[in-house]
Design a binder for this molecule. Sequence first.
Ligand code: C5P
Length: 410
Amino acid sequence: MSERSDLQGRHIVLGLTGGIACYKSAELVRLLTKAGATVQVVMTEAAEAFITPVTMQALSGRAVVTSQWDAREPNNMAHINLGREADAVIVAPASADFIAKLAQGRADELLSLLCLARPRERCPLLVAPAMNREMWSHPATQRNVATLVADGTLILGPGCGDQACGEVGDGRMLEPAELLDDLIAFFQPKLLTGRRLLITAGPTFEPIDPVRGITNHSSGKMGFALARAAAEAGADVTLVAGPVHLPTPRGVKRVNVMTAQQMYEAVVPHASAYEVFIATAAVADWRPANLSEHKIKKEGKKLAPTFELTENPDILAAVAALPKPPYCVGFAAESENLLEHARAKLIRKRIPLIIGNLGPATFGRDDNALLVVDAQAHHALPADGQPVDKLTLARVLMQELAQRLQAVQA
Ligand code: C5P
């Protein structure tokens, strides 16, 4: 979940229709407002059977609208006013019946009326279905959903799993945090639509014996932020992650690995199929030459054990040396002389772009300050050098990457 104000200044109409998932919409209102949005809740009569307008009013800080005959509106046209004010309408949960109504363009109560009356070119409609798996998979529902998509509606989910009816399958409403992330992503500029990006992140873990190993303090946060920002920008993203406990960003394919060798295998043979490779992983330079099959015991030893180390392959350099390499972006975590070291790495690895950061100042943290270095020039990100959160940085980097890709392909 985001602590940034990703929806600052956005006004969202949240429509609730009849479904047990209405209880999740209460949490969704909290998340939307925490992210900076103002939220106007609109409820159908069926939604009121599941949750009260009192709850939704208290959470949104605005009176809930439930009827097209609500005389509080000076012009008595709630269905027009609501859509004109909103940056987006999101219906969550959207019942099978409501989806059918939308597909037919019916408008016999306030929510469907405002969905039909909203200015489509500047007020998008997002729909989060929530229903029993049989209802979801029914050809009628699938037909209706296809109609909504053809009409320009964005369908969020549904998720798969346990259902309130006791059955298991497709049709659950997405979790509030997932809906929030999807809405935030929806508002991001689609600068990388159709581009394929491969990203490594996190540390590697090089085992010494079954219980010990060599690793480092990389948290993976920068790489995961880049993967999320790339997916938000419309890219098709694969994230090869070392051992970290971070949630996979929405829409990102994740491949988990442990060692540098595994990361190499997960990346190098596939890298030519991507347009961009971003190496944020802090790959261990060396691994123990021999893996002890059993735990190395302290008892009965006078001297501490010694280990022979062997060098790990350089994944980034190997990708850059492919006959058809993707556009390669490296990271340089240094403790001093950032520009000098970053430039030296750029040349040594034969890559067009490297991002320098001060390792001890950023490892494990949510914020960072970067130095963007290519063969000719360099600049600080942010320009004043003051750390900002990693997702904000990642989004700016994606804008820059989109420009650089256009330039190399021009
Ligand atoms: O050589 P050094 O580790 O300082 O370079 C850092 C950059 O190279 C990072 O982008 C890192 O992900 C990548 N790297 C790699 N494989 C290695 C070592 C580093 O991909 N074995």
